[in-house]
Design a binder for this molecule. Structure first.
Ligand code: NAI
Ligand code: MG
Length: 788
């Protein structure tokens, strides 16, 4: 038989290796030893460690383990560069970003090969996915730089941004961080992950050659300690982190109370839902991309297959067949599907998890065949016979391991899909568009792909719900994450509230008051669990009333009521608007009574405050059906519908001042956007809000949508912060208590807004708009196949 006939018989792949020569030559040009890139210069290498090729274990180069002094130098350079960079015109900054994009395209193969050498991902992916997306990101943000002043008129950059990135998409994560930061006018200190520093260093050289002003981009290499030095540096204004949820929580705690901006893009355990009417062959190919792209080391990997029971057997059979054709091997080979994992520790970590899962009853399937020796390789793996509690279902594996479960009904699919602490992405396969579009809004995830998977684009925001983090990268939301309102930087300390004169009260003296104002939980008046009440005094110390002294139990009941009322989030925006208008109208009818109550508590004439509270309710009633999403057109046959969704249950702890408006200004935006609320009113003047329940009751607000718990603001805030049933928490109060709130909220990584003792004057009309609307919502991007 001749050679060609033989090839036809086996249809086997021959080797198609990509040459490493140019990448090696670039490393050689640096003597295979790197310092940091600080202030436009290479520093002398310090103590170094090896960056290895995980496909063969060989050292590619030595990189410097950054010290605290190195970080200091980088931050100083970034600080010095900030003013000139941020005051350049957007057009000028955009031209630099454009030049970087062009240079990346020009050297795309060098970047792709270096990335594959250092990370182990198949060259097919680094060449066709990572690097093109990097270039696309810089192009997209070149445009934002120029249009910023028009699109974000009152916004200013944070200043110096510390950016810490993982090893799974080394250059792409760098681009996601650096492009928007620079477009907005920030300067950056970025630390690549210790396993994969090399493309960040090549990028530094590209910046240098593009003439980027010195100090705008600083790259400091190193391990976790170097990252921690960045996080804790006092002269950094914002931290952006992508990596494990564990480290994300450490960073949340470390930045608490510092006023640093923070965005976290963390882990995931994303569901991949296949309905019985799906195009099965396409769904299988999608699944290959979902879980075996980048060896499964993808935060949004579709790692939990949920397949409808009626097609389960057929689907799993086909899947196993497809798995047996996946080729694992040399990442530089162009016809390889699965390359090497990033490092041996990751291989061990995955093996340990598999052992635990098997002990708990999981059945493991791997296709036949040998793995290449000498590198960090694992076979594509399918796990069955698992319940939701199995370690392999609950934990992020971050490897080529798919767990499969089945469901019977769409309701069950949604329940299983959402049964996770994470909420990064989800995929839905069905030929029935009605079904797919019915499911997408019910999934608690920042990205939903319909009949597709792992699509990314610079114009489409990416980021998580729940413990997958907060903040978005890409698109308008991603730009917003590197900007803040100009006025916020100029806030002064809030005036210290005049405490009512202390008195040694006999608690029985209060009995002449006819009643203690009740709390309001689940649409009913409620007595405090403690059985105690708190005095409310005027500035002269005279007792003007009493309220219940709420505790942990009252907060628990209120949160439960608020969770039970979450149908509010899917109530039509028009209806929510009508109810808020009605609330405003009913409050207005009783303005004299409410004004008198304010006067009794504070001594101030309350008429103006009541009028503003009514106006504020009107403002947010008006926003309810207007603060909405967008449709993006990524360069694919799809649209991405950016849907604005509520956060869920919000804790709102109102300031001591402005007894009525202080609460109304915070709950109105939360309610308008579809959140339910547990409100802790002013600790010193709570009666204006306990009076409000009568207005709430006459305004058609469904039970449980607004819950009111009176008591000590700080201790109730702590309980709210620690409660996993609370999705977000706003706290107006002292700097110390704000720090406590931010720290205590790490358990479920709730989003927080705190006033940090600053003078946020809620009567200012600047709070009538998107400031709080943005903080009361998160954007979900739903990718829908579309177009000819
Ligand atoms: P990691 O979260 O420790 O590393 C990410 C980055 O954070 C690296 O640059 C690292 O040097 C830095 N870092 C580590 N400790 C730090 C600290 N205390 N302060 C500041 N920066 C710090 O992730 P690791 O250990 O590499 O991987 C462990 C697991 O985390 C993976 O198996 C995977 O499950 C998950 N992971 C998730 C990622 C995602 O994109 N969602 C990315 C990387 C890891
Ligand atoms: Mg490496």
């Amino acid at each position: 038989m001749n050679k060609i006939a033989q090839i036809f018989q086996t249809l086997d792949y021959g080797p198609a290796p990509e040459g490493p020569e140019q990448a090696m030559a670039w490393l050689d040009s640096h003597g295979r030893k790197f310092g940091h890139f600080i202030d436009g210069e290479w520093t002398k290498p310090g103590k170094t460690f090896a960056s290895r090729n995980p496909a063969n274990g060989e050292s590619l180069a030595q990189v410097t383990d950054g010290t605290a002094e190195d970080v200091n130098a980088a931050v100083a350079a970034a600080r010095a560069a900030f003013k000139p960079w941020s005051t350049l015109s957007g057009y000028e900054r955009g031209k630099y970003l454009y030049a970087i994009a062009r240079a990346i395209q020009k050297h795309s193969r060098l970047f792709a090969v270096l990335e594959t050498l250092d990370n182990g991902k198949p060259i097919r992916e680094s060449r066709d996915v990572d690097i093109p997306l990097v270039a696309r990101h810089f192009y997209h943000h070149a445009g934002w730089a120029q249009h910023l002043s028009r699109e974000f008129p009152d916004a200013v950059p944070y200043g110096v941004c510390g950016q810490i990135i993982p090893w799974n998409f080394p250059l792409l994560m760098l681009a996601w961080k650096i492009a928007p930061a620079l477009a907005a006018g920030n300067t950056v200190v970025l630390k690549p992950a210790e396993f994969t520093s090399l493309t960040a260093l090549l990028f530094a050289e590209i910046c240098d050659r593009a003439g980027l002003p010195k100090g705008v981009v600083n790259i400091v290499t190193g391990e976790g300690d170097t990252g921690a030095a960045i996080v804790n540096h006092p002269d950094i204004d914002k931290i952006a982190f992508t990596g494990s949820t564990e480290v994300g929580k450490i960073i949340r705690a470390a930045t608490a109370g510092t006023g640093k901006g923070l965005s976290l893009e963390l882990g995931g355990k994303s569901p991949y839902i296949v309905f019985e009417d799906a195009d099965i062959d396409s769904a299988i190919e999608g699944l290959v991309d979902a879980i075996w792209f980048n060896q499964g080391q993808v935060c949004c990997a579709g790692s939990r297959l949920l397949v409808q029971e009626s097609i389960e057997t057929r689907f799993i059979t086909k899947l196993k067949k497809r798995m047996s054709t996946l080729r694992v091997g040399d990442p530089l080979d162009k016809s390889i599907d699965i390359g090497a994992l990033v490092a041996q520790v990751q291989v061990e970590r995955i093996r340990d998890l598999m052992k635990r899962g098997t002990k708990e009853g999981a059945i493991i399937y791997e296709p036949d065949g040998d793995l290449p020796g000498g590198g960090c390789f694992l076979k594509p793996t399918l796990v069955t016979n698992v319940s939701p509690a199995n370690t392999l279902v609950a934990e992020e594996i971050f490897g080529p391991v798919l767990v499969a479960m089945s469901f019977r009904t769409p309701e069950e699919a949604v329940a299983l899909a959402n049964n996770t602490k994470y909420g990064l992405a989800a995929t839905v396969w069905s030929e029935n568009i009605n079904l797919a579009l019915d499911i997408a809004p019910k999934l608690k995830a920042g990205v939903v792909w319909i009949n597709g998977t792992n699509n990314f684009d610079a114009a489409v925001g990416f980021g998580g719900y729940k413990e997958s983090g907060f903040g978005r990268e890409g698109g308008r939301e991603g730009m917003g994450a590197y900007l803040k309102p100009g006025w916020e930087k100029t806030l002064k300390a809030a005036p210290v509230a005049k405490a009512a004169p202390a008195k040694d009260d006999n608690p029985l003296d209060a009995t002449h008051l006819d009643q203690t104002a009740k709390m309001y939980i689940g649409g009913k008046q409620a007595r405090p669990d403690s059985g105690y009440s708190r005095p409310v005094r005027d500035p002269a110390g005279k007792l003007v009333g009493e309220v219940g002294d709420g505790n942990r139990k009252d907060i628990r009941n209120a949160v439960e009521a608020a969770r039970g009322a979450l149908a509010w989030s899917t109530t039509a925006a028009h209806t929510r608007a009508q109810i808020l208008y009605f609330l405003a109208e009913n409050l207005d009818y009783r303005r004299a009574e409410f004004a008198a109550r304010i006067k009794a508590q504070t001594g101030d004439d309350g008429a103006g405050e009541v009028a503003l509270a009514v106006e504020r309710l009107f403002a947010f009633a008006g926003w309810a059906d207007k603060y909405d999403g967008a449709v993006h057109n990524p360069p694919l046959r799809a649209v991405a519908a950016a849907m604005v969704e509520p956060l869920g249950v919000m804790g709102v702890v109102a300031p001591a001042a402005l007894p009525l408006l202080g609460s109304v200004a915070l709950i109105a935006p939360a309610l308008a956007m579809g959140n339910t609320v547990v409100l802790v009113p002013s600790g010193t003047s709570p009666l204006s809000v306990t009076d409000l329940y009568q207005v709430i009751e006459t305004s058609d607000v469904p039970s449980g949508v607004i819950n009111i718990v009176t008591g000590d603001s700080v201790s109730l805030a702590k309980t709210l912060a620690e409660h996993d049933g609370v999705d977000a928490l706003w706290f107006a109060g002292s700097a110390d208590a704000s720090t406590m709130v931010e720290k205590a909220s790490i358990t479920n990584l709730k989003q927080t807004w705190t006033s940090r003792g600053l003078n946020y004057d809620l009567s200012d009309r600047r709070f009538e708009g998107d400031y709080f609307l943005g903080k009361a919502t998160q954007v979900k991007n739903v990718w829908i196949p579309y177009g000819a």
